[in-house]
Design a protein around this ligand. Structure first.
Ligand code: AMP
Length: 118
């Protein structure tokens, strides 16, 4: 069940500010408040989806396309399409998902290292 009071929902409603990188009909992208790499941006769909399970089952095709294209647009805007980047999504408890609104992390701007640290 989607929690309308999660922090990204508040950002989408403009109740909390963010450092916006990009916005269109389907996505909002903004800088992560606690960056893990030189470039760390979050790309979120505008629709109310908890995570990838929810999104993959319930989003309209146009929303799925919009999110994937949005990640590409943002990566190009950040310039990491040239240098490489990691796009990552945490889904649920074992992945340590903190915010229950679907989001992709874009990490880049430097060598990132190992894919998984336990
Ligand atoms: P996850 O663990 O995948 O749910 O990641 C949540 C991310 O949201 C973390 O990297 C946080 O630093 C980031 N975050 C939490 N609150 C904010 C906020 N108000 N603005 C930007 N990023 C945030």
């Amino acid at each position: 069940m989607y929690d309308k009071n999660n922090i990204f929902a508040k950002i989408l409603r403009g109740e909390i500010s963010c450092k916006k990188v990009y916005e269109d009909k389907f996505v909002l992208a903004f800088e992560d408040i606690n960056p893990q790499t030189k470039i760390h941006v979050l790309v979120i769909p505008k629709g109310e989806y908890v995570n990838m399970d929810d999104f993959s089952k319930n989003a309209k095709s146009i929303e799925i396309e919009g999110l994937i294209r949005g990640i590409g647009i943002v990566s190009a805007m950040l310039g990491v399409d040239k240098t490489g980047y990691r796009y990552l999504g945490n889904n649920g408890i074992d992945a340590g998902q903190e915010v229950p609104h679907l989001h992709f992390h874009i990490f880049g701007g430097e060598k990132i290292g190992k894919m998984i640290n336990k």
